[in-house]
Write a protein that binds this ligand. Structure first.
Ligand code: ATP
Ligand code: MG
Length: 416
């Protein structure tokens, strides 16, 4: 028996209906905020992610699904996240030449080779947005607001928005010195990865999962105390706009995005309802990224939201919509001629957008009635020789038991 690969999931029809509901809702909220949908390839040149996600990240260091193709000449990678591909498309399609800002949303598959556990898969899915062209704090606030509005309209209340500012390049180079100076005495207490990051990117030590609770990290100097006046003003303005939008937040100095092109606002939405993998949405500003990937200097800000984690939260809170499992019409056919008639009539109904089902299993009349009940048919229509002769059928409402007689020619009208 061949099984699905570890860290993947099958979506069966009932669950897929929930995903379609979420996708429709997400598209609707994005439309309200004037974001246009963008779909990029499922794989990209590996080098895009080296540049666009960063050499020191877990993703690039150990999580990418890459293959070498074309006799060793090309290397491609299944997309591990949504931002770098959208930035590549923004540059390649010269979208920076359009009137700015340019605002995009996506719904994408993503692939990361990590240790599978609840809320952590190897093939997962994300909702996301990217807004290019504006460095104004209204844009940071809008990106946060879109995620907030979407999550709240799904009914989720127990959500915490954590925000931080990680300053600009200059702020960070000063801060990294302060941080190294502080951390150098604690290196023995910290994990191997943290030690690796000490020289290259000490800020990322602050969001280490293994060492998060250690005193060394808890008492570390905070970037917020080391950012320049412009970055401070920007952060104050973002917070003010969030206030105007009625959005509550917690300033959290440990939210960091320790890559050179990330700057200023960093944020996460954390759910109190799903245990360890509790970050449903993460995002921030990345004013250096477009330039780093080879485009003109363009500010940007966005988020990525894990759909599986979102579904977990909704499940836990009983907020998933009721899935309608019934079918509209079932034709009970008594004999071969009746089956032929049900094929004809069901064809007409389906062409008029009415859902129906016929006896595909050569079942007896009794078994067909049983089936109609089992699949929750709202109406059943019995066809036998008598009905064929008269051109009239009995339509039974399966819930109330009410029956009406209709000419076969009037069926479509009845169900419309
Ligand atoms: P985490 O800290 O949980 O590993 P991350 O920082 O790697 O998350 P991002 O790259 O910011 O995550 O991705 C955005 C969102 O995508 C996350 O907040 C999470 O909801 C979701 N996500 C990330 N990795 C996975 C995964 N392996 N399986 C399911 N969802 C994921
Ligand atoms: Mg991760």
């Amino acid at each position: 028996m061949i099984k699905k690969p570890r860290g993947t999931k099958d979506l069966l029809p009932n669950e897929a209906k929930i995903w379609v509901y979420l996708e429709n809702k997400y598209r609707e909220v994005c439309r309200r905020f004037n974001y246009g949908e963008i779909r990029t390839p499922m794989f990209e040149s590996t080098s895009l992610f080296h540049r666009g996600v960063g050499e020191t990240t877990d993703i690039v260091q150990k999580e990418m699904y890459s293959v070498v193709t074309n006799r060793g000449k090309d290397e491609i990678t299944l997309k591990p996240e949504g931002t770098a591909p959208v930035v590549r498309a923004f540059i390649e399609n010269k979208l920076y030449a359009d009137t700015q800002p340019s605002k995009y949303f996506y719904i994408t598959d993503a692939f990361r080779h990590e240790r599978p556990q609840a809320g952590r898969l190897r093939h997962f899915h994300q909702f996301g947005i990217e807004a290019f062209g504006s460095a104004e704090p209204t844009m940071d606030a809008e990106v946060i607001q879109l995620a907030d509005m979407f999550l709240r309209e799904l009914g989720i209340e127990n959500l915490e928005l954590h925000i931080n500012s990680i300053g600009c390049k200059e702020c960070r180079s000063n801060y990294n010195k302060v941080l190294r100076e502080y951390l150098k005495d604690y290196l023995e207490d910290l994990c191997e990865t943290c030690n690796d990051r000490f020289e290259k990117n000490p800020m990322r030590i602050l969001d280490c999962k293994t060492d998060a609770d250690k005193e060394a990290i808890k008492n570390a100097p905070r970037i917020l105390d080391h950012i320049c006046d412009e970055c401070k003003d920007h952060f104050e303005a973002v917070k003010e706009y969030l206030g105007l939008m009625g959005i509550e937040y917690k300033v959290d100095p440990n939210i960091v995005r320790g890559l050179d092109y990330y700057n200023r606002t960093a944020f996460e939405f954390i759910s109190g309802d799903i245990g360890a993998q509790s970050t449903v949405c993460g995002g921030g500003r990345y004013d250096g990224l477009v330039e780093d990937i080879g485009g003109p200097s363009t500010p940007g800000v966005g988020f990525g939201m894990g759909i599986e984690r979102l579904v977990m939260v909704l499940e836990e809170l009983n907020l998933l919509p009721e899935v309608d499992n019934g079918i509209e019409v079932y034709f009970v056919a008594m004999g071969e001629n009746a089956l032929k008639k049900s094929v004809e009539l069901s064809t007409k109904l389906k062409k008029s957008n009415i859902q129906c089902e016929i006896n595909h299993m050569a079942k007896s009349a009794k078994a067909q009635f049983k089936y109609a009940n089992k699949v929750n048919a709202r109406y059943s229509i019995v066809i036998g020789d008598d009905e064929i002769e008269k051109g009239i059928v009995n339509i039974k409402n399966m819930e109330t038991g009410d029956q009406v007689e209709k000419s076969m020619d009037d069926l479509v009208e009845f169900f419309k």
